[in-house]
Design a protein around this ligand. Structure first.
Ligand code: NAD
Length: 373
């Protein structure tokens, strides 16, 4: 009963537990909302301490995917899967093929993809059993590494922020501080440097900092200094929760716009940014380039089309700022509103059409007419 209560509260449609003794598979698939289309979301493999922790994670993540797909204008719903196990020691072909068979059994309601702890190779095993998987290898029509697309989308979102703040989207004469120059941060720094911008970078991994300095001409700062850098834009591209009580008082930037997930330690910090006059690009909207890119695989992958789709993030971030202004709310809340309004509008049209369909059917049924009764 408690479980159903919590599913009602979060609005989840379906949660499926998959178990296979032979392969050791213990997985949970959560389908949050399929109003806009089949639920798409990655498969996370993690050594969860217990089943409750795995369930909490999959419920939280799948709901987030509904919002991300909805603001991105995709005809996809939100879902996610978790696989309980250690990605370093517990992987096997049979494990992922078993998971693939289970995903196939959902009849297309859920489409899986890569996430923390899983790789393109794992997706290829899943692909042996079902075509309800994206992010597979290029030889199977996959799209490869999503990071350049996520970075490109983040750049588009940054430009929308610059337009809003300075009336000019050109990053060329401005300065940026990028926290984390891993997969996404590296490409973002590259795009910004190519545009002529000054870029400060930090990373816990020294060799990644060196690469950004040597190859891209970025300027290194320490991990502690990154919040104090006097740059126009702060771009979190490493960890979640970095906008918090300890960091906000240090920020000298006008804009926070980066690829990291869950940047706000809590939503209140988005409101605090607003009050301090710092423009915030909601994370799940600005970092949706990777999702948009894999979604193209479902229609037959086309790289140019993927870039064109990802560039719509400029308009999406602009739309979020307009809703924020229209309703007098902070941008994090405006992003949620954009997603909810779209889902609501589509569910209304669906209800309208299914009612019309039912009316037509009932009108045709002979036993509903007086003469037949
Ligand atoms: P990554 O692991 O390749 O890069 C993260 C980098 O951050 C690493 O180089 C790491 O050493 C560094 N780092 C870790 N802790 C740090 C700290 N305290 N200070 C500074 N640097 C630190 O990951 P990624 O794929 O580049 O993703 C970056 C962020 O963007 C993550 O939050 C991820 O969830 C999010 N994201 C990524 C994608 C994608 O397509 N890869 C899509 C959407 C969201």
């Amino acid at each position: 009963m408690e479980l159903f209560d919590s599913l009602h509260e979060t609005g989840h449609e379906q949660v499926v537990f998959f178990s296979c003794e032979d392969t050791g598979l213990k997985a949970i698939v959560a389908i949050h909302d399929t109003t806009l289309g089949p639920a798409l979301g990655g498969l996370r493999m993690w050594p969860y301490h217990n089943e409750q922790e795995a369930l909490t994670d999959v419920l939280r993540l799948s709901r987030g995917m509904t919002y991300k797909a909805a603001v991105s204008g995709l005809n996809l719903g939100g879902g996610k899967a978790v696989l309980i196990g250690d990605p370093e020691t517990d992987k096997s072909e049979s494990l992922f093929r078993a998971f693939g068979r289970y995903v196939g059994s959902l009849g297309g309601r859920y489409i899986t993809a890569e996430d923390v702890g899983t790789t393109v190779e794992d997706m290829d095993y899943i692909y042996q059993e079902t075509d309800r998987v994206v992010g597979v290898h290029r030889v199977h029509g996959g799209s490869g590494d999503p990071s350049p697309f996520t970075a490109y989308g983040t750049l588009q979102g940054m430009k929308a922020c610059l337009e809003k703040k300075y009336g000019n989207p050109d990053p060329g004469k401005l300065s940026f501080s990028v926290q984390g120059v891993g997969h996404v941060g590296y490409y973002l720094t590259k795009y910004l440097r190519e545009a002529g911008a000054k870029v400060f970078v930090c990373d816990i991994n020294e060799s990644r900092v060196e690469r950004a300095v040597d190859e891209l001409g970025a300027e290194a700062v320490s991990m502690e200094q990154i919040y104090d850098v006097d740059a126009n834009v702060f771009a979190p591209c490493a960890l979640g929760g970095v906008i918090n009580e300890d960091t906000v008082p240090h920020l000298k930037c006008d804009i926070v716009a980066g690829s990291a997930n869950n940047q706000l330690e809590s939503e209140d910090w988005g409101t605090v940014l607003e009050e301090r006059g710092i423009l915030y690009a909601p994370d799940y909207a600005i970092n949706a380039g990777g999702l948009m890119n894999v979604a193209i695989e479902l229609q037959g992958y086309d790289r140019d089309r993927a870039y064109r789709t990802v560039s719509t993030i400029y308009d999406i971030i602009g739309k979020i700022f307009k809703i924020a202004e229209r309703d007098g709310i902070p941008s994090w809340q405006a992003a949620d509103r954009l997603a909810e309004e779209r889902i609501q509008a589509i569910s209304h049209t669906r209800r309208f059409y299914s009612k019309r369909f039912k009316d037509r059917l009932s009108g045709r049924r002979p036993h509903t007419t007086a003469t037949n009764s």
